[in-house]
Design a protein around this ligand. Structure first.
Ligand code: GLC
Length: 707
C-alpha cells in the first residue's frame, strides 16, 4: 500500500514522463462488449486507462498487454456490480438498492457492499459502478430500482454505508474495490421521468436536494464518481464546469476519478446537439472536469489534436491523468495489477446469509386486516405471474439482463421464488400447496385464469403475486402508466370474489399503481426485487416466521397522473389535491406495518444539546424491529421549504412488552436550507421536530422549538 505523499510524488513523476498520446490513452475507458478482441488488445497496447465489462482470462490478457507497454501502467477493470456482482452467474445476487433501502439498515447494507467487493475482486476486477445516488422522485423513470428511494438523507446514509463496504479500510486490500458515486447529478429528475432528458433544475435545488448524498459519498472517501447523462437547465452535465470541476472537485474536495457515463462525450454531438463534432465535444468534456471517458473512443485522437493545435491546455489532460494514476497507486496496482479477492467466496455461506438477512429486512407489510400471518390453514394457493419467476424477482443488472439481454439464460441456484419459499415452509407443516400462473404480467388467457380460480377454490387461503418484469424497467424503459395490466386486475378480481383470505404480494422493481388491489386485498406485502432469497423472505412473512420490519423508501402513487408524489414536497397547492384524487399517496415514505404494535411517547428535544429522545414500546405479542424516524419542518423560512424532511433514523429491536428510549444526536445544520444565492444556512425562527413510525402526520409525535 503506497503512502499518500509517496503517491503524489510517484504520480507526478509518471505524468512528467508520459507523452501526450500516452496521457490521452490513459483517459480512455474501453467497452469490452462492443469492440473486437484485437481492437481491445490494440487499446491496451496504446496505454488505455481502463476497460469495462471484461471478466476473467480476457481481463488478464489485456492486463498483460498493458504491462508490456513502455511505462507499464496497469489497467483498471470496471463492472456494474449494482446489487451483488450480478453479471457473474456464480455471484451472490442481493436485493436491489431500492429493496435494500427498505431495511433502513446501514450495517447490513455495508455488509452487502463488503461481500460484493470480495466477489468482484475475486474475479480480478477493481471497480464497481455503484452506488446509484440518484433520487427516485418520479416512479415513471425506468431506473427507480437502482436508487435508494426518494429521500436525500436516506440515500446518503445507504450510499455511504455501501461505499464503506466496497472500499473497506484500504483500497490496496486484496478484497477492496473502488466505489463509484453515480450518476452525478440529478439524473432521475429529468422532466417527465424521461431518461437522460433535461432536469430543468436550479443550482439551488441541486445543492439542497441532490447534492447531500454525494457530499456523504465524498466524506466516505468514494474513489470515483460518474457524470450523469442529461443536463441542468439545458447545460449538459458532461460539459458543465460549475457542476463537475466547481462543486464536486473544488467545493467538496473530491480527489478521485470522474468518469463519464456511457458515450456521454459523443452524445454531446449526436443526442444533445451541444457540440458540432467530437473535437468540440472532447474539449468541452475535458475542460468541464471529466477525467476518464467511457466508450466515446473518438476522444483519444481528438484530445491529442486539440492540445497540438493549442485549443486545449495540456494541464487539463495532466490533471485528469494525475487523478487516474493517484487511484491506481493508492490501490497498489503497480505492485499487484490483479486483485486476488477471497478465493472460494462466491455465494459462500457468509455472503448468502447476508443476502438472506437483507431480503428479510426488505419485506414491507403495507396492509393487514388480520389475515396475516396465515396460520391454522391446511392448504394455500400460490398464484400469479411473479409467484415463480426468478428473473422478475432479480430485476435489473444481473446475468439475465447484462452485458446483453439473454432471455434463454438458465438461472443458477441457489435462489427461492415465493412459490418455492411457500413450499419449503409448507413441507414442514404438512400444508397442501397449489400453484397456478393465472396470467402474464401484461396479458393472460381464459384457460390460465380458470385454472387459477379452480386452484384457489380448492384451498383455504390465497397468496397472489403480481408486479412487473424486466421488460418494463431499466435504462431507457420509462413508463407513462404504472397501473397493473388488466390481465393482472382481472385475476385479482376473480380471486377476490371467492371471499377467501387473500394476501397480495407485489414483486416489482418500483411502486406500481395498485389502488384497487390495496383496497380489496386482506393483506398487501411489497417485495421490491428481493434477490436470491426474496421469495423465501416473503413466504416467511406470510406464515409469521418473520415479523416484517421494512419501511418504504419511496412513495406509492395512487395514479400515474399524481406523479411526482414524494413526501418532502413544497407547500402552496391551492386546494391541496386533484379534483379526482385524494391528496395523499397510496402508501407513504417511511410506512411499513408489523405483526406487533409500537407505541411512541414522551418525545423531548433539547435545543442546547440538540439531543432528541422518545420512548418506543412494543405493545403487541411478537418481538420485532421498528425503524424510528426523525423529521423536521422550518415553520417560517425566507424561501419555500418542504413540509417535512428526514434527518435521522434508527432501527430498534424490541421484545414483546419491552420499552426503549431512543435518542438522536442532531445538530444545527440538520435544520438548514439553501438560499437562492446557493448558501446553506439555518435561519433563526420556529421549527417543529417530528418523530415516529412513518412520514404520515398521524404516525408522528411532534415538539416545536425556536432557534
Ligand atoms: C450505463 C449506465 C451506467 C452504467 C454504465 C456502464 O449506460 O447509465 O449506470 O454504469 O453504462 O455499464
Amino acid at each position: 500500500m503506497t503512502r499518500p505523499n509517496e503517491v503524489e510524488a510517484r504520480a507526478e513523476a509518471l505524468v512528467s514522463r508520459m507523452t501526450l498520446p500516452e496521457k490521452a490513452a490513459q483517459m480512455m475507458q474501453v467497452p469490452y462488449s462492443t469492440v473486437t478482441r484485437e481492437e481491445a488488445l490494440a487499446w491496451a497496447r496504446l496505454g488505455a486507462g481502463s476497460f469495462l465489462h471484461v471478466l476473467g482470462d480476457d481481463a488478464r490478457e489485456l492486463q498483460a498487454a498493458a504491462l508490456s507497454t513502455r511505462l507499464s501502467i496497469p489497467l483498471l477493470f470496471g463492472i456494474d456490480a449494482i446489487h451483488g456482482h450480478g453479471l457473474n452467474e456464480n455471484a451472490t445476487i442481493f436485493p436491489s438498492q431500492l429493496a435494500a433501502a427498505c431495511s433502513f439498515d446501514r450495517a447490513l447494507v455495508q455488509a452487502m457492499g463488503r461481500a460484493t467487493a470480495r466477489e468482484v475482486a475475486t474475479d480480478g476486477l477493481h471497480w464497481t459502478f455503484s452506488p446509484v445516488l440518484c433520487l427516485g422522485r418520479d416512479t415513471r423513470w425506468g431506473r427507480i430500482d437502482e436508487t435508494f428511494g426518494e429521500d436525500p438523507y436516506l440515500a446518503g446514509e445507504m450510499g455511504a454505508a455501501v461505499i464503506r463496504g466496497y472500499q473497506g479500510d484500504s483500497l490496496g486490500a486484496d478484497d477492496s474495490i473502488l466505489a463509484c458515486a453515480k450518476h452525478y447529478i440529478g439524473y432521475g429528475e429529468a422532466v417527465g421521468a424521461r431518461d437522460a432528458c433535461d432536469t430543468e433544475m436550479t443550482y439551488r435545488k441541486l445543492r439542497e436536494v441532490f447534492l447531500p448524498p454525494f457530499e456523504k459519498a465524498v466524506r466516505a472517501g468514494c474513489a470515483t464518481a460518474m457524470t450523469a447523462y442529461g443536463s441542468i437547465d439545458s447545460t449538459p452535465f458532461t460539459a458543465c464546469e460549475k457542476v463537475l470541476r466547481g462543486i464536486l472537485k473544488e467545493e467538496l474536495g473530491f480527489d478521485g476519478i470522474l468518469v463519464t457515463d456511457w458515450d456521454n462525450v459523443q452524445a454531446l454531438v449526436t443526442r444533445q446537439f451541444a457540440a458540432a463534432n467530437i473535437g468540440e465535444a472532447s474539449r468541452m468534456a475535458a475542460e468541464a472536469g471529466n477525467d476518464m471517458v467511457m466508450t466515446s473512443l473518438g476522444f483519444y485522437e481528438a484530445a491529442i489534436a486539440l492540445v497540438e493545435k493549442g485549443l486545449l491546455d495540456e494541464r487539463v489532460i495532466d490533471d485528469a491523468v494525475r487523478r487516474i494514476l493517484r487511484i491506481k497507486l493508492r490501490m497498489g496496482l503497480f505492485e499487484k495489477p490483479e486483485k486476488k479477492g477471497v478465493p472460494g467466496c462466491f455465494a459462500c455461506e457468509e455472503h448468502l446469509s447476508i443476502c438472506e438477512a437483507l431480503a428479510r429486512e426488505s419485506v414491507v407489510l403495507l396492509k393487514n386486516n388480520g389475515a396475516l400471518p396465515l396460520n391454522d390453514i391446511k392448504s394455500v394457493a400460490v398464484i400469479g405471474p411473479n409467484a415463480d419467476d426468478i428473473r422478475a424477482q432479480y430485476g435489473d443488472w444481473t446475468y439475465f439482463s447484462h452485458p446483453l439481454p439473454d432471455p434463454a439464460r438458465e438461472p443458477k441456484r441457489p435462489y427461492a421464488t415465493v412459490l418455492e419459499g411457500v413450499r419449503e415452509l409448507a413441507d414442514e407443516s404438512g400444508m397442501r400447496v397449489s400453484y397456478a400462473h393465472g396470467c402474464g404480467i401484461l396479458d393472460g388467457s381464459e384457460a390460465e385464469l380458470e385454472e387459477a380460480v379452480l386452484a384457489a377454490q380448492n384451498c383455504d387461503a390465497v397468496v397472489l403475486v403480481l408486479g412487473d418484469t424486466l421488460d418494463q424497467h431499466g435504462e431507457g424503459k420509462d413508463r407513462a402508466d404504472l397501473a397493473l395490466s388488466s390481465a393482472q386486475l382481472t385475476l385479482f378480481r376473480r380471486l377476490r370474489a371467492l371471499k377467501k383470505p387473500l394476501a397480495v404480494v407485489l414483486v416489482a422493481s418500483k411502486p406500481l399503481c395498485a389502488a384497487e388491489v390495496a383496497q380489496g386485498a386482506d393483506a398487501l406485502l411489497c417485495a421490491f426485487n428481493g434477490g436470491m432469497f426474496g421469495g423465501r423472505a416473503v413466504a416467511e412473512a406470510v406464515f409469521g416466521r418473520l415479523n416484517p420490519s421494512g419501511k418504504l423508501p419511496i412513495s406509492f402513487p395512487r395514479h400515474s397522473g399524481q406523479l411526482p408524489v414524494y413526501y418532502n414536497y413544497l407547500p402552496g397547492w391551492h386546494g391541496g389535491k386533484y379534483m379526482d384524487l385524494p391528496e395523499t399517496p397510496l402508501f407513504a415514505f417511511g410506512e411499513g406495518l408489523s405483526y406487533t404494535r409500537y407505541e411512541y411517547s414522551n418525545l423531548t428535544f433539547d435545543t442546547k444539546t440538540f439531543l432528541a429522545a422518545v420512548d418506543v414500546k412494543n405493545a403487541g405479542g411478537m418481538d420485532g424491529t421498528e425503524t424510528v424516524q426523525v423529521y423536521f419542518r422550518d415553520l417560517v423560512s425566507s424561501i419555500l421549504t418542504p413540509v417535512k424532511q428526514l434527518i435521522a433514523f434508527e432501527r430498534v429491536f424490541l421484545k414483546a412488552g419491552d420499552t426503549k428510549r431512543v435518542a438522536f444526536s442532531l445538530c444545527k445544520d440538520d435544520f438548514s436550507l439553501v438560499t437562492p444565492d446557493e448558501r446553506r444556512v439555518t435561519e433563526p425562527g420556529d421549527f417543529v421536530l417530528m418523530v415516529g413510525a412513518s412520514s404520515k402526520d398521524e404516525d408522528l409525535l411532534n415538539v416545536t422549538f425556536t432557534l
